[in-house]
Structure formats: C-alpha cells, structure tokens
Design a protein around this ligand. Sequence first.
Ligand SMILES: NC(=O)C1=CN([C@@H]2O[C@H](COP(=O)(O)OP(=O)(O)OC[C@H]3O[C@@H](n4cnc5c(N)ncnc54)[C@H](O)[C@@H]3O)[C@@H](O)[C@H]2O)C=CC1
Ligand SMILES: O=C([O-])C1=[NH+]CCC1
Length: 338
Amino acid sequence: MADTSKVTSNLSNTTGGSRDTPSPPPFLTNEEVKRHLHWNTLVPATETLFANVSRHNELVIQPPRLIMPISQQNAALLCMPAYLAEDNVLACKVVTSFRNNAALGLPSILATVILFDGSNGGTKMIMEGTEITTWRTAAASVAATKNLFRRIKDKDLVLAIMGSGVQAHIHAQAFMSYFSIKEIRIWNHRFAGAEALCKRLGDIAKPFPDKEECVKPADLIVTATYSPTPVVHYDWLKSDAHINAVGFGVSHHSELDENTYRKASVFVDSLDGAKQELKSLHEAGIKFTEVGAVINGTERVPPNGGVTVFQSLGMGGEDAITAKLIFNDYMKHKNQGK
Ligand SMILES: NC(=O)C1=CN([C@@H]2O[C@H](COP(=O)(O)OP(=O)(O)OC[C@H]3O[C@@H](n4cnc5c(N)ncnc54)[C@H](O)[C@@H]3O)[C@@H](O)[C@H]2O)C=CC1
Ligand SMILES: O=C([O-])C1=[NH+]CCC1
C-alpha cells in the first residue's frame, strides 16, 4: 500500500479522495524560475540525463512528443511529458512556438511546465517554462560540446552564432561560462539583430553581414534561427569544427546543408526523437549517434578529426530534470526562510 504520510504534492480534497490539503501548488513566474537556475547543477544533470537516455532501459520514459502545427498562425504547440525513474520525477511541458511573436514584443517560445509527485501524480509545482526552455537548451548544447568537441580544453576558441534571438544570447552566455572563448562572431538574417546582440555581449562579440565570413574561422558554431534554408554549409567549415544545431525552421535540420549531415559525425539527444523528427535524414541513410552513448563509453567521437554536429531536438526529460532542480532549490530557500 502507498505510504501517504510522505505525500509532498498539494492534493486538494477531490470527490472520493481521503485527504484534505486545500492549498494550491506553488506557481513560479519566469523571473522566479530564473532565480533557481544554475549552470553548475543544470549541466551535470543534463549529462546524466543524456547518459540515462542512452541506457535504453526505462530509466527515462519520454514518448515521442506531440507536435501540433498551427499553420494559420505560423506556429506550433508541443506537448512533452517525461518520467525520470532515478529521481522519481514526473513532469510535462506544454510549449508553443509562434514565429511572428517578435513583432508583438513577446518571446517566440512560451511554455508551462507542470511538476508532479512521481509517487502519486499530484501536482507539486507549476512553472512558467520559457526560461526553463531557454536555459535547458543551452545546457544541452554545453553538455554535448563538452563530450563531442575534441579540443574542448583549448584556450582562445572562436565561437560563431547564427541567429541573434533568445537562444543565441543564452548560448553565448553559457559558452563563455564553460569554455575559453576569445571571440564571438554573430550573423543574423537581419543585420541589426546581430549588432544589437553584440552590444549586449560587449567587446568579445562582432557582427557579420556575411554567413560564410562569420563561420569560416569558428571552432564552435551554434545555429539558433527559424531559417527554412541552410545558414551553414559544409565547405565553409574548419576540418574539426563542432556545430550545435538548435533551431527548428521548417524542420529541425533546415539550418545545415545536406553535405554537412553526410560528411560530419552527427549526434543527437535521443535516437527515438531523431527517428521521428529527422525522418528524411534517417531515410536518406544519415547515421545518428546519441551523445549519451559517448558519455557512457559505448560509442566514441571519431578520433582523427572531422566535423561533429550535435543536432538538438529537445527532450521532455530536459524540462523534467530542470523542473526538479528548480523545485529543490525553491524548497531549500523556503526552508531557510529566504
Ligand atoms: N532544440 C531545442 O531544444 C530548442 C529549439 N528552439 C528553436 O531555436 C530557434 C531559436 O529560438 P529562439 O531564440 O527562442 O527564437 P527567437 O525568436 O528569439 O530568435 C529567432 C532567430 O531566428 C531569426 N530568424 C527568424 N526568421 C528567420 C529566417 N527566415 N531566416 C533566418 N533567420 C531567421 C531571428 O532573426 C532570430 O535571430 C527556433 O527555431 C526554436 O524553435 C527553441 C527552443 C528549444
Ligand atoms: O524542445 C523544445 O522545447 C522545443 N523545440 C523546438 C521548439 C521548442
């Protein structure tokens, strides 16, 4: 029988229920969520998640996410549940992607995350999920880069970022925190956007009107746009460059040319996700390897050079582990009376 004395969720008195704990679950705004996000816990937790995903033994349950296109609005809604057995974490993110939101002064990606009690399904906490999505996506790129880029210990790396929106900004911040970056080169399809992001980042960043010029000397590249056509071509790349392809234009693989997928070693967060969301690449015979398999030591990055790509799809598990870290930090501060 379940041990009800340990219930931590806020189950209100439902018909037929036996408990009477009427307080609603806490709701955290994006601002509050941000206070509980820390790279030093998020990145290692993401690496552990990647490793567990690649053990393929139900440590991580995250079914293919529902993606509902809303063509009338140039938008989509995604529903992303996940259960992490190791931590008994159950969560579900509902996220929208409205590409025209910039004109309304709103982020393109808006989300809500519900964290459940993994033992009884009660709601523990509801959080705005926009900052969660922002941070956990950059944490996934950092975790992938740490494990895939051969020269990660080098000093003075050159980072190129394609895009100047929310993901471009957080990736610049995360990569500066983790790696030795001497220069950030930024391209955006609207040059003013690249200039504005450079201004926010300071002297380390330079805007480039030309994609090829931006990318050519880069050791590390991040693509974070809504571009429906490639913004990076294989012929422009350094022989051992590492790319984090984050954006979702017409598909997840619209930002890189086909040659890059054919010639590079391509890594993904989840093979199950890739089979569904990179179907045309899969059917064209492109091989994908999970980052977690590299972390677990069952696969390796080809040692003798070549371009590496982390094709980031985004997983419900990333949102679940991030929500758990936020909840734990929130409880710690609450118990300390802060
Ligand atoms: N892999 C993952 O887990 C995640 C992926 N994303 C994707 O990352 C991308 C960036 O997201 P945010 O930074 O939040 O959005 P944002 O709206 O803040 O930035 C979008 C960027 O794309 C550029 N852009 C828009 N239309 C374009 C076009 N036709 N051609 C070239 N560039 C264009 C904009 O100028 C801007 O620089 C989106 O595709 C989004 O769906 C977002 C969150 C998670
Ligand atoms: O994983 C995610 O949250 C998203 N991927 C593309 C848009 C949002």
